[in-house]
Write a protein that binds this ligand. Sequence first.
Ligand SMILES: [Zn+2]
Length: 85
Amino acid sequence: MGATPVEPAIIRRMIPRMNIYYVNRNAQSNGDHEVHVLGCSFFPAWQNAVTLGPCPNCQEAIRKARQHFSQCNGCAYCVSECNTD
Ligand SMILES: [Zn+2]
């Protein structure tokens, strides 16, 4: 009777885990617009956070951020693998 229920753990494995990235509307002193993920201690004020949506990796997040601001960089804390300082 009815469909076989799928274990939530199996569903979680099927959906790639994607972070939701944001870029700071305000540039740093060096002109970089930093890309962050939620929960970072250096996350900008909400009115300055431009959402980039879920991205499979930070390279994709930076690519999206560059559609908003020409000079972007990953946050040294939460997006360190895409930080080039
Ligand atoms: Zn950050």
